[in-house]
Design a protein around this ligand. Structure first.
Ligand SMILES: [Zn+2]
Length: 110
């Protein structure tokens, strides 16, 4: 990432809340997948420092900073060609509620 690139604060939706993070225009286009909303689940793991605040549906309140990000790398074969590289979750730091989940696959043919 270029330091001089313009970062814009964007709302990222999850099933259990939402978060605000700074994205470049390029990332925004890449992650939006042609829909008008951005989803945490499509973005995958984003550096903690990129987040400004998040909202937890269970707590019903907004917190400053990044949600908790937990992940594992199962490297599990889904089919002959598709490998599940990473499985992660965004969680509320206060109550551990899941804000969003994401999966990252690798196509071994690519
Ligand atoms: Zn919470």
């Amino acid at each position: 990432m270029h330091q001089n690139e313009d970062l814009e604060e964007k709302k990222l939706l999850g099933s259990g809340g939402y978060a605000f993070a700074y994205l470049t225009e390029e990332e925004e286009l890449k992650f939006s997948l042609g829909v008008p909303h951005l989803f945490l689940g499509n973005i995958g793991r984003l550096d903690k420092r990129r987040f400004s605040r998040y909202y937890c549906n269970k707590c019903g309140k907004e917190y400053l900073g990044s949600p908790l990000i937990t992940y594992e790398n199962p490297n599990e074969d889904i089919t002959e060609d598709i490998i599940l590289l990473e499985k992660g979750e965004y969680k509320c730091i206060t109550c551990n509620y899941t804000l969003a989940q994401y999966l990252k696959f690798k196509n071994s043919i690519e």
